[in-house]
Design a protein around this ligand. Structure first.
Ligand code: ARG
Length: 572
C-alpha cells in the first residue's frame, strides 16, 4: 500500500528530525515516472522540511541526510540528496509485494482509503450540476456541467463522503410564457408524446419569432405567476415530460440524480428571503424602484446585486438564495458545489456574498466550479440542439471506426460498446486540460484509438481483460511477485504508488485532469509492459507474477475510469 511506504519513510524522518511521523506523511510524494532522473521512488522537498521546522541551516540538512542514509533498512534501501529534495529508493521486491498484496486483497480500496485522504472523508457534499433549461437549447455547456458534476460526485463518494446529486432545472421565467402561448397556438399532444423535447423547442422557437404572440406570452406567464390551474397544469406537463426524457438520456451517459429541483419550486420561497433580508436591513430600494443588496462593503452601492425588479418580480439570484437556504435546511450539507460555465462566476460570487451577509457562515463552504466554453461541437445534423444528438453521433462514429478494425465482429452488443467507448472519448477529451480553458471540439481527434484519448483507455482496459480471460484457468495470487523487478514492471509499480496523491490533488482542486493523466500514463506504461513481458511461454512463477501485475493494473484502471464517469468495457 502506498501509505505503508510513506509511513516507513516518515518513521525514518521522525527519528532523525525529532518530530512526529505524522508531520511527514503529507510531505512525502512519489517521484513521477516521467521525471525520473534518479532511481528513487519517493521524495520529500527540502523546502517543506524547512517549513515544518524539520531542518534548519544547510549544514543541518547535510548531516540529517547523512543520518538518514546511514539508517537505511529493509524497506528504504538508499537515501540521497537531489536538487532541493531528498530521495528514497525502496527495496523493489518489497515494493511489488506490498503494493500487489493490497491490490489483490482489496482492489476497490486501493488509493481511496489512503491515510493521505483521511482528512477529506466523512462529510456530506451536495453537488448541483447539469441543470438544463426546459424548452431551451441544450448546449455543450450543459454537457460539460453534466460530466464534470458527475465526476465530482463520484470522486467525493469514492473518498467516503455522503453525496447528494441535485439537478436544478431552469423551469421558470418568461420562457414559459412563450412556451405556453406557443403551445396553445401550434402545439400538439401527439407530438409531445412522440418527440417531446423537439416539439417543445419548436413551439418555443415559433413563439419567439412571432411578434403577435408576445402579449399572449406575457399573459400566459402572469397566469402562471398567479397560480392559475390550467396554465400550471400545462407547465407541469412540460416539466414532467422533459424530466422523463432527460432521465432516459442521463442513463445512457451513466449519470443519475437524487433530486430534480428547479427555479419554479424556489420561486415560492423568494418572498421569505426578501422578508429576511428586509428584517436584517440588507435590502435597499433604489430610485429606479428595484431592491438591491449592497455588496460594496463601504455602503456606497459601488457594487450590488439586484433581487427585485422594478415591476416587483424576482430574479435568478433571488431564487438561488432561496434554493441555497432550502437545501441547507433540508439536506444539512457540509459543503455545496455548483458546476456551471464561467459566465456565471460573478453570479455565484454574489450569491455566496449575500448568504454570508445574512449571517450564514456555511456559505464559506459553497464552491462554484467554473469551466470554459467548447467551440464547434456539431453533428451531422448541424449545430447541437439536443444532448441526445451528441450521443448518437459519438455512437455512430465509434461504431464506424470499430467496424474498420477486425475485432468488433466478435462483439455481442457492438452498439452498446460503441456508445460506451464514444462517451469515454468525449469525457477524456473534456477532462484533459484545466476546466477553465476553452477548447475546440473535433470528432476525429476525440475518437482516435491511439494517443491520449478515452478510446485508448478503453482499449487498454479491454486488452487486459482479454489477457486475463485467456489465462482464467491459471491460478495466480500475489504470494510471490519477486520476479517483478525488471524496469517495465518497476515503472508500473512506481506509477501506482502515486495514485492516492493524484486523487488528493483532484479532490483538492476539483479538477479531473490529474486523474485522467494518471490513467493515460498508466495505460502507456502497461501497454509497454504487456508487449515486453509475455505471460504465455514464461515459467509458471514469472507468468503468475505478471498476471498478478496486469490484474492489479486492470482494477486500478477500471476504478479510476469509473470515478471519471466512464464505464469500462471488457471487449471492443
Ligand atoms: N439553468 C442554468 C443555465 O442553464 C444553470 C443553473 C445553475 N445553477 C444555479 N443554481 N444557478 O444557465
Amino acid at each position: 500500500m502506498a501509505c505503508f511506504f510513506r509511513r516507513c519513510v516518515a518513521l525514518q524522518l521522525a527519528e532523525v528530525c525529532g518530530l512526529s511521523e505524522d508531520v511527514f506523511i503529507p510531505l512525502i510524494s512519489a517521484v513521477p515516472v516521467s521525471q525520473k532522473q534518479s532511481a528513487a521512488d519517493l521524495r520529500v522537498s527540502v523546502n517543506s522540511l524547512r517549513q515544518n521546522g524539520a531542518v534548519a541551516a544547510d549544514g543541518d540538512l547535510q548531516s540529517k541526510t547523512q543520518a538518514l542514509a546511514n539508517q537505511r533498512g529493509a524497506v528504504v534501501e538508499e537515501v540521497s540528496a537531489g536538487r532541493g529534495v531528498i530521495h528514497f529508493r525502496l527495496n523493489r521486491p518489497i515494493l511489488a509485494q506490498k503494493l500487489l498484496e493490497q491490490l489483490c486483497s482489496e482492489p476497490d480500496g486501493f488509493g481511496v482509503k489512503s491515510e493521505l485522504l483521511r482528512h477529506l472523508q466523512g462529510g456530506r457534499t451536495l453537488v448541483e450540476f447539469s441543470s438544463p433549461n426546459i424548452a431551451k437549447k441544450f448546449h455543450a455547456g450543459h454537457l460539460r456541467s453534466t460530466i464534470i458534476g458527475n465526476f465530482i460526485a463520484n470522486l467525493k463518494k469514492a473518498l467516503g463522503n455522503e453525496v447528494i446529486r441535485v439537478n436544478y432545472l431552469g423551469d421558470w421565467g418568461m420562457q414559459f410564457g412563450l412556451l405556453g402561448a406557443g403551445f396553445e397556438r401550434s402545439g400538439s399532444q401527439e407530438k409531445l408524446r412522440t418527440q417531446p423535447l423537439e416539439h417543445l423547442s419548436v413551439c418555443c422557437a415559433a413563439a419567439e419569432c412571432d411578434e403577435s404572440v408576445r402579449s399572449a406570452a406575457a399573459e400566459f406567464f402572469r397566469r402562471l405567476e398567479r397560480g392559475e390551474d390550467q396554465a400550471l397544469a400545462l407547465w407541469r406537463q412540460f416539466r414532467e415530460i422533459t424530466v422523463d426524457e432527460y432521465k432516459r438520456i442521463y442513463q445512457r451517459l451513466g449519470v443519475h440524480f437524487d433530486h430534480y429541483s428547479g427555479e419554479a419550486f424556489h420561486q415560492h420561497q423568494t418572498q421569505n428571503v426578501l422578508d429576511e433580508l428586509m428584517t436584517r436591513g440588507l435590502l435597499k430600494t433604489t430610485e429606479k424602484g428595484t431592491a438591491v443588496v449592497d455588496l460594496s462593503g463601504a455602503g456606497d452601492l459601488s457594487s450590488y446585486a439586484t433581487l427585485v425588479r422594478s415591476d416587483g418580480t424576482s430574479l435568478y439570484i433571488t431564487r438561488d438564495v432561496a434554493a441555497a437556504l432550502d437545501r441547507k435546511q433540508r439536506f444539512g450539507f457540509d459543503e455545496m458545489i455548483y458546476v456551471t460555465d464561467k459566465s456565471q462566476t460573478v453570479h455565484f460570487r454574489q450569491l455566496f456574498h449575500i448568504l454570508l451577509a445574512m449571517g450564514h457562515q456555511w456559505a464559506e463552504r459553497c464552491v462554484h466550479v467554473a469551466f470554459g466554453l467548447v467551440q464547434g461541437m456539431s453533428t451531422r445534423r448541424g449545430e447541437v440542439v439536443f444532448l441526445e444528438d451528441v450521443l448518437e453521433e459519438a455512437r455512430s462514429r465509434m461504431l464506424n471506426n470499430m467496424r474498420q478494425s477486425s475485432t468488433s465482429k466478435e462483439l455481442e452488443e457492438p452498439e452498446q460498446t460503441a456508445e460506451r467507448v464514444g462517451i469515454s472519448a468525449l469525457i477524456v477529451q473534456d477532462f484533459r486540460g484545466p476546466l477553465m480553458s476553452d477548447y475546440k471540439f473535433d470528432w476525429d481527434k476525440v475518437l482516435q484509438a491511439h494517443g491520449d484519448t478515452g478510446v485508448f483507455l478503453q482499449y487498454t482496459h479491454a486488452r487486459l481483460c482479454s489477457l486475463l480471460r485467456r489465462h482464467a484457468r491459471e491460478t495466480y495470487s500475489c504470494c510471490d511477485v519477486s520476479p517483478l523487478v525488471d524496469s517495465r514492471s518497476v515503472s508500473v509499480l512506481q506509477h501506482l504508488l502515486r495514485y492516492d496523491e493524484v486523487l488528493l490533488q483532484s479532490a483538492n482542486e476539483l479538477q479531473p485532469r490529474h486523474l485522467v493523466n494518471f490513467l493515460l500514463t498508466l495505460s502507456h506504461l502497461v501497454a509497454v509492459a504487456h508487449r515486453e513481458l509475455p505471460v504465455k511461454g514464461s515459467s509458471a512463477a514469472v507468468a503468475q507474477a505478471r498476471l498478478c501485475l496486469f490484474s492489479a493494473v486492470r482494477s486500478v484502471l477500471a476504478n479510476g475510469m469509473r470515478i471519471l464517469g466512464i464505464t469500462p468495457v471488457e471487449k471492443m
